[in-house]
Design a protein around this ligand. Structure first.
Ligand code: UFG
Length: 316
């Protein structure tokens, strides 16, 4: 199978490329290297440097003919999306329209999209399944939801089959060490813990310890990036078998607190991790945990990394 991975030099994209190569796919990466890294490119994959905002280049690339397209080229920082919605509207919405139009013009009929638990907003019940109401509370989540809706229309009108994978808290790195590029100015918990461990930051600021949880800190569902990558391969295969478009949550269903992440990091390094408690971060739900039963049943997906220590070990 011939697959175009848009955003294949980024954090999750490079893990998806690795999984596809291991499944003997022929892979082309399309990436503008704005946040992705050249060192994340695999020698066995072809590379086209280009932006999803460059419609001509995108369509020309797709005309090479691909069995499937994976789109992981959206901007992903929640806070930044609220401060600079123009950037997110352009990149995430216009970028998605460009990808769908280029697929329509070039005859590519299968799309796997990296969506997010951010489409749900504040959880109304737990664990969150795919039928949970869709009420994003940040602009980033809105762009993911609108992208899903665009794909649903292009399915109806153009026969482009899609799978939206709603990641919960993506974490960890390739255990073989093949993905070397790290996100600069990270915003997420695990990469920040890594910077503290490496001495690039004095301490971890923990956003609130007065939540109604077992230790007062927020509970999240951390899912290993290699497990996420495996789900993309399964999703492509399923669509190529002629199954209908679908949406899946991807999480482990294990809720882990921020303090438990810190304890796991301390266990892995054998050293105390300096932390400081500060105010809650606006918009953070106390608990966010996925039900991924649908992905298990329909995709045959089963995460291999179920323990936070094992995930943290691959991050540090
Ligand atoms: N946290 C800290 N200190 C930090 C960073 C994070 O205490 O310096 C805490 C947060 O308050 C939260 C937990 O660590 O309780 C995880 O925070 P992240 O920022 O790593 O992740 P979020 O759960 O906020 O967001 C993630 C993804 C988003 C996605 C969202 C909803 O990063 O893309 O889940 O699914 F939108």
């Amino acid at each position: 199978m011939k697959v175009l991975v848009i955003g294949g030099a980024g954090y999750i994209g490079s893990h998806v490329v690795k999984a596809l190569l291991e499944a003997n796919a022929s892979v082309t990466v399309y990436d503008d290297l704005s946040t992705g890294h050249k060192i994340n490119l695999f020698a066995k994959a072809a590379f086209v440097e280009g932006s999803i905002l460059d419609y001509g280049r995108l369509e020309q690339t797709m005309r090479q003919g691909f069995d499937a397209v994976v789109h992981l080229a959206a901007k992903k920082a929640v806070g930044e999306s609220m401060e600079n919605p123009e950037l997110y509207a352009e990149n995430n919405l216009i970028g998605m329209v460009n990808i769908l139009n280029a697929m329509s013009k070039s005859g590519c009929k299968v799309l796997v999209f990296s969506s997010s638990a951010a489409v749900y907003g504040m959880p109304e019940y737990l664990p969150v399944d795919e039928n949970h109401p869709l009420n994003p509370i940040n602009f980033y989540g809105f762009t993911k939801l609108e992208s899903e809706r665009l794909m649903a229309w292009y399915d109806r009108l153009k026969g482009i089959k899609y799978t939206a994978l709603r990641y919960f808290n993506a974490a960890g790195y390739d255990p073989d060490g093949a993905v070397k590029g790290r996100d600069s100015k990270p915003q997420n918990l695990l990469p920040i813990v890594k910077e503290v461990v490496d001495g690039q930051r004095e301490c971890l600021l923990i956003f609130g310890n007065d939540y109604d949880t077992r230790d007062g800190t927020c509970v999240r569902d951390y899912v290993h990036v290699s497990d996420l990558a495996a789900a993309h391969v399964l999703a492509i295969r399923r669509l190529l078998e002629g199954r209908p478009s679908a949406v899946y949550n991807l999480g482990t269903s294990n809720g882990v607190t921020v303090k438990e992440v810190v304890a796991a990091a301390e266990k892995v390094t054998g050293k105390p991790l300096p932390v400081r408690y500060v105010d809650r971060r606006p918009g953070d739900p106390a608990v966010l945990v996925a039900s991924s039963k649908k992905a298990e049943t329909e995709l045959g997906w089963k995460p291999r990394y179920m323990r936070i220590e094992d995930i943290v070990k691959t991050e540090l």
